[in-house]
Design a protein around this ligand. Structure first.
Ligand code: ACM
Length: 510
């Protein structure tokens, strides 16, 4: 008997031999209210049936029983009942997401196959990143992405809030940032920013889906927008031949101090490293952000600071990571910050090199491992969701969206076929905090664009973050994954997810 399709693959799943549980308009649910509401919404969208709330032992029981590992859950389904038991509220929420995937239509109506699932995450940190600087994405779009990511048991939303093209978060201590540096985006598109209330709304919505928000303020590079608000803090742009090529290829004009930047090139901006006013600014920004952010992490970027001298970069990274640690938060930085050997010990590195690291990348990432803080893995040639999809061999439509610089185009199979413990030599599970799939938005303008680029590839990242390692479960193969993802097509459609119907996946339709 084939196993029901669950993504990400659970730690253990056993098909039962009995008849399935049948979902009807008389089906009752009891237990935790939040989980019952989440299940009701999911089942209503998928089947049109909403279970009725009951006291005591209903047909579907949603229970929290402390004692097992954080975020873990168990599901037992037989003909008479469904019991979902979470070790905590997050575990129960994940059990509900799995139950939503198990529901399918058969000849007699809506059914959940008899099954027992025991499940727990491999890694504590499972994230998506959304770049809201290159193109701004409003609160509703972000909330929608939270819902989608949480359905795959992802638990962190990293918001890339600032870049050369715009500053997207209002701060009382530095109001000019949004007044003067948020109005534009790539290609002359409108900009935008989150008010403090907007940010609170995002954080609260994320928490209701058991996700934390990890805000990133990228520095010392990627800071042209800071110079629009505070010219005294920014160096003049440094223009390279590579930038000229990019602007020739993708359009727009080269950066100019004091003028909004609407093109794609990177690596030309830097904050002033040897001016105390810079550190007053950094203290204001991260101090305010720390107070607004209940999650433990503050990300300070540190990538592609090509216009900052190496010694200056190390000095800056050392100082800023210490400042964030002193605020009682855990600093996070892209792996380049690992070139600073005195980066604060608690700093988590985010590796964005390839699945097979290019020269020098693994060494930088190793700093964070040696310090004991560890790594988040975001291999760009696998799980950068903004890479183009490959051309179709059957003539089916493929989105125009996306870039190719990270060894793209990137197939769903490539997004899937890597193993976290085999990226940085010697760095295995105890030094890996988790996995995160970034979505940069140079070409991504709308919520529909986000869906197209993220789905189905984000499910591959979710499986790398949640499921047993490759080789330790029969389910952890590309063949199994493509079949299981294909089975989710109708559920994703019911959730309003406009996924790319990649020809690599055998999509189920109803
Ligand atoms: C990055 O892709 N620059 C982190």
């Amino acid at each position: 008997m084939s196993l029901p399709a669950v993504v990400p693959a659970p730690a253990s799943i056993e098909a039962g031999s009995g008849a399935p549980f049948r979902l009807t308009s008389a089906t009752s649910v009891s237990g935790e209210e939040d989980a019952a509401a989440a299940l009701g919404a999911l089942l209503d969208a998928r089947t049109g049936v909403t279970p009725v709330t009951a006291e005591g032992d209903a047909d579907i029981r949603l229970v929290i029983a402390a004692g097992a590992d954080a975020e873990s859950y168990r599901i037992a389904v037989d003909e008479a009942s469904v019991t979902v038991t979470g070790a905590d509220a997050a575990g129960l929420f994940y059990g509900v997401q799995t139950l939503g995937q198990l529901v399918a239509r058969d000849g007699e109506g809506w059914a959940v196959p008899a099954v027992t699932i025991e499940d727990a995450p491999r890694f504590a940190y499972r994230g998506v990143m959304l770049d809201v600087a290159r193109h701004f994405h409003g609160v509703d779009t972000v909330k929608g992405y939270i819902d989608r990511a949480a359905s795959l048991k992802l638990n962190a939303l990293h918001l890339h809030l600032t870049d050369d093209q715009g500053w997207r978060i209002q701060l009382d201590s530095r109001p000019e940032l949004t007044e003067k540096a948020s109005g534009t985006a790539i290609g002359g598109d409108p900009g935008g920013f989150y008010t403090k209330d907007d940010y609170r709304e995002i954080v609260e919505h994320a928490a209701s889906r058991h996700m934390i928000v990890v805000p990133e303020i990228d520095m010392p590079g990627h800071t042209h927008a800071v110079g629009l608000a505070y010219p005294e803090l920014a160096e003049d742009p440094v223009i390279s031949d590579h930038m000229r090529q990019i602007v020739d290829e993708y359009g727009g004009t080269l950066p100019e101090a004091g003028v909004p930047f609407e093109a794609l090139a990177v690596g030309f901006s830097s904050l002033k490293i040897h001016d105390e006013a810079t550190y007053d600014f950094v203290a204001d920004v991260f101090g305010e952000l720390a107070a607004m952010t209940p999650g433990p992490y503050l990300h300070f970027g540190g990538d592609e600071s090509l216009a900052t001298a190496d010694d200056d970069f190390a000095y800056f990274v050392t100082r800023v990571s210490a400042l964030i640690a002193d605020l009682g938060k855990t600093p996070v930085a892209w792996h380049e910050a690992g070139s600073a050997k005195d980066v604060a010990d608690s700093t988590v590195g985010q590796y964005w090199g390839y699945v097979t690291p290019l020269e020098g990348f693994a060494e930088k990432a190793q700093t964070f491992v040696d310090n004991g803080a560890g790594l988040i893995l975001s291999p760009a040639d696998a799980i950068y969701l903004d890479m183009k999809y490959p051309a179709s061999s059957s003539g089916s439509a493929v989105p125009e969206l996306g870039l190719t610089w990270a060894n793209g185009p990137t197939s769903v199979e490539r997004a899937y076929s890597w193993e976290p413990a085999e990226v940085i030599p010697g760095v295995v599970d105890d030094a890996i905090l988790g996995v995160e799939a970034p979505l940069w938005t140079e070409t991504v303008r709308t919520a529909a664009d986000i869906d197209t680029m993220a789905f189905p590839r984000v499910a591959a990242a979710a499986e790398a973050g949640w499921s047993p390692r490759t080789g330790q479960s029969d389910l952890r193969t590309w063949e199994s994954f493509r079949t299981r993802v294909g089975a989710l097509g109708p559920l994703w459609t019911s959730m309003g997810i406009g996924f790319h119907p990649s020809e690599e996946i055998p999509w189920v339709t109803e």
